[in-house]
Structure formats: structure tokens, C-alpha cells
Design a protein around this ligand. Sequence first.
Ligand code: SF4
Length: 446
Amino acid sequence: MIALAERNVPRYTSYPTAPHFTAAVDASTYAAWLAALPADATLSLYLHVPYCVEICLYCGCHTKATRRSEPLDAYAASLIDEIGLVAAVLKARRLVHLHWGGGTPSILGRDRLLRTVSAIAAHFDRSGLIEHAIELDPRCTDAALAAALAEIGITRASLGVQEFSPHVQQAIGRIQPFEVVRDAVRALRDAGITHINIDLMYGLPGQTVADVETTARLAAALEPARLALFGYAHVPWFKANQKVIDTDALPGPAARIEQARASARTLAQHGYVAIGLDHFALPGDDLAISQHAGRLHRNFQGYTTDSADALIGLGASAIGQLPQGFAQNAVDIAGYARAIAQGSFATVKGIAVNADDVLRAAIIERLMCDLAVDLDQLPNRRTGAPVALPFAQELAGLEPLASAGIVEIEGRRIVVTAEGRPFVRLVAAAFDAYLPQNRSRHSIAV
Ligand code: SF4
């Protein structure tokens, strides 16, 4: 189990995964893909804001520290221009999901957020909007911000908590006592934003099983509708801020497995249903209902009820997912802003998907969402009829996982066991045709 937990595999928030994106997809490809979407297609918008007040030591996101208003003014202007560029080529107008991620998107403040949402409203139809979500830093969430978020129509807020123990907060450079998070949740609820998510983390420096249990208990006491529990990915060669983290203080693979299980157990004791690999929800939440109905999806934001026909990524590093493939904007803010100012999309890479990719993506998504897939019941995207393909090599590749008790293979139906849930990425990896070339570029499985 420990050897398996140490294997490098993708998180499968997309398939093919981002390391396989190439410059073959550029701004003109992306423009053609957008233009080909039918007028009745439903849309989801993801807006990435790559700024924070300060950088946490453990952060793995595309973000930069700023306390000045000029970069934020310029960035909001670029986002507004990009919204106009997208609207100019798209025929589709029906928005169903809006999601702000980062970074700390609320760093834009009331006026810039309002201007950006007004630009969206000017071009798109929001009357069918199911959810308008934002990721928040509890240290920056007060009554004034909560009122501004309610004003722009936010319906769901995700708070980055990670861990409540003071010694772990010290080790990751993010000091936010329980009271800070409690007050942020109160401010949001008082403003009418009642759908609250909390993000937790295990595998952090100095973290113990007792720490994750206490954190899960305190987080559950705030009664969020959903929680996410991520394993810390230590990649200092990729994120320089992580170099300050003491590698010797990081829990080893056995401790990580124990922490993931202890946290999940504590959340289950407080009434939360496990969703896929790393999410938890109250039984009445849409995520739990979608999972029960086999309608859960997975995209770059993790598990979601979003079933839009296309996900449009806006902002530096944002990734769009269209029927034809994936397209990613320039990661560097200056390069992104330059392209948008010139009236061009900022797409720098992506991948066009073929029929094999689409089929494997469906298998991987069902495994990640339902923890089971029947290889004889995969629908043909064109006709809707079930397709049966051999996948003999992939099934043979799952045998070591079956021997370890991670999966059960019943004929051509693959079921991840309760014990195997933390290892579901390994099961999905058996169907990843790109993985053998690129294993070292992913984080460890648990
Ligand atoms: S607030 Fe979030 S995005 Fe910003 S540096 Fe900390 S972890 Fe990264």
C-alpha cells in the first residue's frame, strides 16, 4: 500500500491532463473552437485572479503577492476585455455556472468585482445561472466584503482553511485561528451567502493524526455544506515558495494515508458523505445528490454538479474545456495582458481531443466520481448506444491493485473498494494512454 501511495499519478481534473498540452493549440485554434459552439450550448465561466496579499509557504497555485491597486486595476481591465473578446466570437449566451478562483479573487475588491460582473451581464444571459461561486481567504473576509459578494450575486463561497493547529499554521506561513474562520463564515451567512465550502489539507509539515482529527471536528462545527480534503503536494523544484518548508517535518507516505483516513473518518462521524476521492458533503447537498444519481462531474475546480457544454477559462493560466479540447491562457500575467490588449486570445497551449481521448476521459471521470465503471456500458457519444471495447491491457494492469484490495473486478465492471478509495487515482491511471511518458511530473497518489 505504501509503495502504491508513493506512485506519481495525475489528479485527473481533466483527461488528457495538463502536462500533455502543447503549443499546437493557439489563439486561432481557440477562436475557431469557440465560434463552433452552437447558440444553444450552456456555458460555465471560470475567472482566475492570480493575486494574493501574501504567499503562503505551501501554496501550489499560480499567484503573486501584491498590496498595490495598480496591478489589480490593470488585471480587472484585462478580464473585462477578454470577456468582450469571447463574446464577440461565441454564439452561445446561456450561463449556468460562474466560478472565481485564484489566488484570492476577492482581492479585486467590490468595485472591480462589480465592473467585471457587469461586463459578464452585458454579454451573457444569467437568468439560468445555477451557481456563482468564489474562493476566499478567511483572513480577508469581513462583513464589508461579504456584502459586496452578495451584491455581485455570489451564492457559494469556499474558504481555504487547511489546518487549525497553531504549530502547523506556523510551519506553512498561514496564521488564521479558528475564530477568524468562524467570523468569516458568520459574515457570509449574515450577508445571505449560505452555501459554504471549507478546504482542508493533510500531509503538511509537523501535522499529526491528532491535528487532522481536531481540524476536521472544528471545521464540521461550522456546518459547511461541503468540505474538500487535499494532500499537500511538495514540489519545491516547481514552486520556489515551498523551498522554505522543512522537508524533514513532512509526514511520510504511511502517515499521509493515516491522516487522510482519520480526517475522512471524523467527517463521516459528523454526518458528511464522502464524495469521490477527496470531497465531503452533507447528505442534502447537491454534490451528494448528484453522486447518488450518478451525475457527478469532475473539472479543474474538482468535483462539481456543473454539466455545462463548455467551460470558458478567463484570466492568466485559466484553462477552458470545449467539446473539441482544452485551451490554456498564458501563465505569466504580463504575457496574458499583452495578448488581450492586442485584441487576441491569450491561449498558449492546449490539446485537441480524439475519440479515444473522449472514451478514456469518460471512464476516468466515472471512476473518479462513482468509484466504479462498467466497460460494457460506456455510451457512444454520437449514438448514445453502449460501446464495448476490449481494454484487455488496462484490465491486466489493474491486477496488482486487485491483489492489494484496492479494486474488485467483476467481469468487465471495476469497483473501487472502501479501503481503496484514497487510491482511486491509481485505478484511473490504468486507463491513461499518455501516462507512461510522463509519470514523474505528477504528485504522489495519496
Ligand atoms: S491564499 Fe491561497 S492562493 Fe494565495 S498564496 Fe495562500 S494558498 Fe496560495
